[in-house]
Ligand binder design. Sequence first.
Ligand SMILES: NC(=O)c1ccc[n+]([C@@H]2O[C@H](COP(=O)([O-])OP(=O)(O)OC[C@H]3O[C@@H](n4cnc5c(N)ncnc54)[C@H](OP(=O)(O)O)[C@@H]3O)[C@@H](O)[C@H]2O)c1
Length: 290
Amino acid sequence: MIKGVKTQSLSGKRVAISGATGGLGRPLCRYFAALGASLVLLDRNGERSRALGAELVGEFPTLSVSYLRVDMEDIASVAAAADELKKAPLDLLVLNAGAYNIPRHKCSTGYDNVFQINFVSPYCLARALRAHIDACGGRVVAVGSIAHNYCRADLSDVDFSTRTKSSHAYGNSKRYLMFSLYALYGGASGLAVAHPGISFTGITAHYPKVIFALIKHPMKVIFMRPKRACLSILRGCFEDCGVNEWIGPRFFNVWGKPKKRTLTTCPPDEAAKIAEVAERVWGENAERFQ
Ligand SMILES: NC(=O)c1ccc[n+]([C@@H]2O[C@H](COP(=O)([O-])OP(=O)(O)OC[C@H]3O[C@@H](n4cnc5c(N)ncnc54)[C@H](OP(=O)(O)O)[C@@H]3O)[C@@H](O)[C@H]2O)c1
């Protein structure tokens, strides 16, 4: 048991996590290591990834840690990582990497990079590895966001590449990630969707400089620290979510212990459209994932 999350030993389990070096990734890795998992860190920055691995081994000397370089903007690196991950049993795949207010451009898939990082790459990774993870009795844990409710899917601008508001581009991509995975699993076991509420990490440092300087310190006090905010994601590692269920902080979705709730934020017809687009995206990229 870790602070209100009913955990089990992860001894002998292999856990892969994207965005391991990020604000929530780091404490998550620590929890996994403390529970005895062997870790596969999926990061784009090899140096930072190895430094984190060394830090973790310093704290947990028996930890086994390996590294796969994955840039979620680059679908070829995602496909290569999927190939590597298939070579050994995989018990948990934590789709944690995410980006919010970053310079926008089109990726090689033709999709906007925010959409690519938060939806296209993690969806393809989950899609490619689902049978492998299912065969191990494992689980995919997707990190969603309350921002998924900032917008509605628009089939005339699927990746929101014409939208300049980063909250909308980000929200749209998280909406696609969450509702495409609900559709993919259709209530079957092996999926959890979780969110941290709001926590001060790299991703929340997206406000204009002056505003950021003013709110930085109050934010640290008002919102949960990453170590607590990531507990909802940790709970998702031990508990499935059915269609439209997610796990997040108990109070107003931003504070307190993890709680499972049912979402009513996406009507069935929109969810069906999202699922259709997701399968189209998979179809466009499936050849790379063999
Ligand atoms: N913090 C919050 O309030 C909050 C709220 C709702 C949801 N979330 C979600 O929680 C997850 C973790 O975010 P965080 O709060 O820990 O933010 P963070 O500190 O910015 O960490 C984000 C992680 O994603 C990685 N990443 C970004 N772009 C990438 C790319 N192209 N390829 C590979 N990795 C990439 C980053 O790697 P680099 O270090 O190399 O950039 C970093 O490790 C995200 O999915 C985010 O959307 C966070």
